[in-house]
Design a protein around this ligand. Structure first.
Ligand code: HEC
Ligand code: HEC
Length: 152
C-alpha cells in the first residue's frame, strides 16, 4: 500500500515538473463575432473590432472597463470576471457611439473635402490620451513653458 502511494506521489511530482518545463503552447486568441454593433460596420470581424477597441483605449488613455461592464456573481465561483462586451449598460459606451458617428461625419463631410488632404481625424486628434480632452491654451511667445497636466 505504502509503495503504491509513494509511486503516485512521485508520478504527481513528475507531471507538475514537466508541465513547468514545457508549458502548453498558447492557442491563438480568437475573438467572437460581434452581436451588438450599432454604429461600427456590422460586417466587421471580432478581430477587427478588437483592434479598433485597442486604439480607442490608447487614444483616450482608458481601459476596456471604462465602457464595458464585467459579469456580476464572479465572487461566488471564484473565477475571474469576464467582460460583457455586448452589454450596453455603461453610459460611456453610448457616448462613445456618438463620438464615433461624429468623427466619421467630420471625416467624410468635411476633412475629405479639403483638397489633397490625406489626413483623418481620429479619437486621438482631440483626446490625446485623455478621456476628457484638455483645453488648449496658447502660450505667449517666450512665455513660460506650457503647464504639464498629469494624465488622468
Ligand atoms: C470609449 C469606450 C470604449 C472602450 C474604451 C472600449 N470599448 Fe468596446 N465598444 C464600445 C462601443 C461604443 C461598442 C459598440 C460599437 C457599436 O455599437 O457599433 C463596443 C463594442 C465592443 C465589442 C463588440 C461587442 C458585440 O458583441 O457587439 C467588443 C468585443 C469590444 N467592444 C471589446 C472591447 C475591448 C477588448 C476593449 C479594450 C481593449 C474595449 N472594447 C474598449 C466602446 C468602448
Ligand atoms: C472633435 C473632437 C473629438 C473627437 C474627434 C472625439 N472626441 Fe470624444 N470628446 C470630445 C469632447 C470635447 C468631449 C468632452 C465632452 C464633455 O464632457 O462635455 C469628449 C468626450 C468623450 C467621452 C466622454 C468622456 C467622459 O468623461 O464622460 C468619450 C467616452 C469619448 N469622448 C469618446 C470618444 C471616442 C471613442 C472617439 C473616437 C471614435 C472620440 N471621442 C472622438 C471631443 C472629441
Amino acid at each position: 500500500m505504502a509503495v503504491v502511494r509513494i509511486a503516485i506521489a512521485a508520478q504527481g511530482l513528475q507531471i507538475s515538473q514537466s508541465a513547468a518545463d514545457n508549458p502548453p503552447a498558447r492557442l491563438p486568441r480568437t475573438f467572437p463575432t460581434p452581436t451588438n454593433l450599432n454604429v461600427l460596420p456590422k460586417d466587421l470581424t471580432g478581430q477587427q473590432v478588437h483592434d479598433i477597441m485597442e486604439q480607442w483605449d490608447a487614444d483616450l488613455g482608458v481601459q476596456c472597463s471604462a465602457c464595458h461592464i464585467e459579469e456580476p456573481n464572479n465572487v461566488i465561483s471564484g473565477a475571474p470576471p469576464r467582460p460583457l462586451f455586448a452589454d450596453d449598460s455603461k453610459e460611456m459606451k453610448e457616448v462613445a457611439r456618438h463620438m464615433y458617428t461624429m468623427t466619421k461625419e467630420i471625416n467624410s463631410n468635411y476633412i475629405a473635402k479639403v483638397e489633397g488632404s490625406g489626413k483623418r481625424v481620429t479619437c486621438g486628434t482631440c483626446h490625446r490620451g485623455h478621456v476628457g480632452p484638455k483645453p488648449f491654451t496658447v502660450q505667449p511667445p517666450g512665455g513660460p513653458p506650457p503647464i504639464q497636466i498629469p494624465p488622468n
